[in-house]
Ligand binder design. Sequence first.
Ligand code: NAP
Length: 317
Amino acid sequence: MSGPIFEKIALVGIGLIGSSLARVIRREKLAGHIAISTRSAATLDRAEELGLGDSYSTDAAEAVKDADLVIISVPVGSSGEVAAQIAPALKAGAIVTDVGSTKRSVIAQIEPHMPANVHFIPGHPLAGTEKSGPDAGFADLFENRWCIFTPLPGTDAAALEKLSEFWRRCGSDIDTMDPEHHDMVLAIVSHLPHIIAYNIVGTADDLEAVTKTEVIKYSASGFRDFTRLAASDPTMWRDVCLHNKDAILEMLARFSEDLASLQRAIRWGDGEKLFDMFTRTRAVRRSIIEAGQDIDVPDFGRQAIEHPDVLAAQPKS
Ligand code: NAP
């Protein structure tokens, strides 16, 4: 299928995710009109300088007027506030979706505000970088990435299919699951790794025995790869921790138990246990590459962003 899917798309929030959407919508001609809204005049001005949309407003209600698709791309803790602002201005029959990294909390915040005549379909593209703001986005962000929907009971099948078609044309594969399951899966694949990275970088930063210059100077021996995750947006990740608390605490408890077991193996010189575990985890890395979710080059796949040709040459799942 080609040609616009929606007459007017409103993007509320124009950071990394919102501006990547604006760029891919423009490139793939997915909408007749792109309306952009963000909280601050400074970010809005920057979006306009970058030419990301066709109209611009700091008033989210103004932007969503007559929109057939509204995509909320703000930190998860602000979802309810944005939903309350836009609700009275939504067009009958509009699809409202979001990109938030947690789903149970976002649904609890948005759903109560939604009028009965709009289709609210919660979503989450599993695509991102450690950068934020409208300059950080790029049109290929969603290419070969999953977009997960957590539809509410009674969701209109035609609206869900239309939104799925939109994301497919942004380059994504679609999956659906219930919100609880999403939050548990994301706690292990995304939230826990970020928390571990924040923690290890924080620990290194606190160390007095090793000077900070040495931490930076010798960072390529492993530390550097954690710093990329630990450089992620503090507002976004504060909100993720606060809004997926139960699942994160469950995963942290399991992680702590397993870490204690690893610690014991090191203390008792149990080389066999260490070797077996490190062999098992190496196989996980191979599976990720085979599934097309990273490329087998140094720098943990960052070249996939800077050199999309490298990614294109990799075997697909
Ligand atoms: P971002 O680059 O920091 O941009 C955030 C946007 O939200 C900006 O336009 C900002 O507006 C606006 N905003 C911030 N606080 C707000 C508030 N209280 N009320 C209204 N608008 C507000 O963030 P992002 O990385 O695009 O993340 C957006 C959403 O995508 C989050 O829910 C996040 O969980 C989800 N997500 C992120 C990633 C990732 O890797 N980054 C991946 C998948 C999903 P101003 O600049 O005008 O203040």
